[in-house]
Ligand binder design. Sequence first.
Ligand SMILES: Cc1cc2nc3c(=O)[nH]c(=O)nc-3n(C[C@H](O)[C@H](O)[C@H](O)COP(=O)(O)OP(=O)(O)OC[C@H]3O[C@@H](n4cnc5c(N)ncnc54)[C@H](O)[C@@H]3O)c2cc1C
Length: 382
Amino acid sequence: MDFRLTDEQRLVRDLAREFARREIAPVAAEYDRQAEFPYPIYAKARELGLANLAVPARYGGGDLDPFSICLVAEELAWGCTGIAAAITLNNLVADAILLAGTAGQQDKYLGILGSGGFGAYCVTESGAGSDVAAIQSVAYPHAGGYLLQGTKIWISNAAEAGFFIVFAKLDPAAGHKGITAFIVDRDCAGVTVSKKLSKMGQRASDACEVVFDNVYLLAENRLGDEGQGFRLAMQVFDGSRPMVAAFAVGLAQRALDESVAYARERRTFGQAILDFQAIGFKIAEMGMRSQAARLLTWDAAWRATQRERNTLQAAYAKAFAADTAMWAATEAVQVFGAYGYSTEYPVEKLMRDAKVLQIYEGTSEIQRTIMVRELSKGISLS
Ligand SMILES: Cc1cc2nc3c(=O)[nH]c(=O)nc-3n(C[C@H](O)[C@H](O)[C@H](O)COP(=O)(O)OP(=O)(O)OC[C@H]3O[C@@H](n4cnc5c(N)ncnc54)[C@H](O)[C@@H]3O)c2cc1C
């Protein structure tokens, strides 16, 4: 087993690391305060090939494999997970189109992403988050196409999106087998995007409610076959969860780096607090858990790159890394004492930003239910 990165992987990681330190970290607090979408940072990231990472080069994307995407995501998230989420969310949309899109859909919609546009991914509803099969959005057959009716909530990048990937049922009473995916242009009659929802953390990335009120869709707006939407959503999760895990590793690493720097400088009782075992051990533990989270993330991403099924490993990585990020950010606040509680220092934002990593892309509890399901099938060491 060789853990060394290739020259290309090191190059793209170093580029992202430099970008996060120079362009993201210095402005992260201000974007968070204003809850403002980071358009200028997105534009610079695009120029460098650090946005639209999964979009093929022929459409203007970064054309990276899942493993390299995780390397980039970790570095961007070190700078700010909110900004990282805002500029990498198109990956989720691109993955769905690459997995199920026709050549025409790929040309049109990957082209929009590659040329600076945004898409949004609409699964969640007010009554159905973890339980995807319980969604109530419906697409009725109509005039050779469909009429889409439903309301989605917590949709990231909806305010910026030029189109939406929407999951709905042809029969509202059907379970997960009734779900079908559609691509809906924002300018279709009947599409309304609410104002941004107020959030605790990752405030540079917005989330909105999106209403689809009898939106007429042509048959060519269907993404994949009828009834294949649930399967598609789960396949996309297998690709996106390692990326979210990489965000969490970046945040945990930032908590560690900030803690080491502060604990070296801060003196109490005549010595640096780093030299008190109670503080030193927190730092040791942050390093150990962050590296364990990184290796789980690399394992899940590497399997995705080899096109191996990685459902179990993606769940391990997502849950462990998100829980590690939340824990490390909380410990970093403790290392900083009162200054950790101050909005003038960076670690309170880490704590606010970390929380949602345990919620979106499947909660930490749902990841564990996936682990039980996979482990009970005997999938553990392959
Ligand atoms: C900032 C943000 C951005 C988001 N972006 C998007 C997006 O772009 N697109 C999108 O579609 N969605 C998005 N979401 C929604 C997100 O995916 C859901 O919030 C998440 O899946 C959880 O669903 P829920 O909030 O309905 O919680 P619920 O499903 O109601 O869960 C509530 C609690 O019960 C637990 N629980 C539920 N079922 C079980 C079970 N079977 N076993 C054990 N525990 C269980 C959960 O773990 C959780 O702790 C976003 C959410 C946030 C906060």
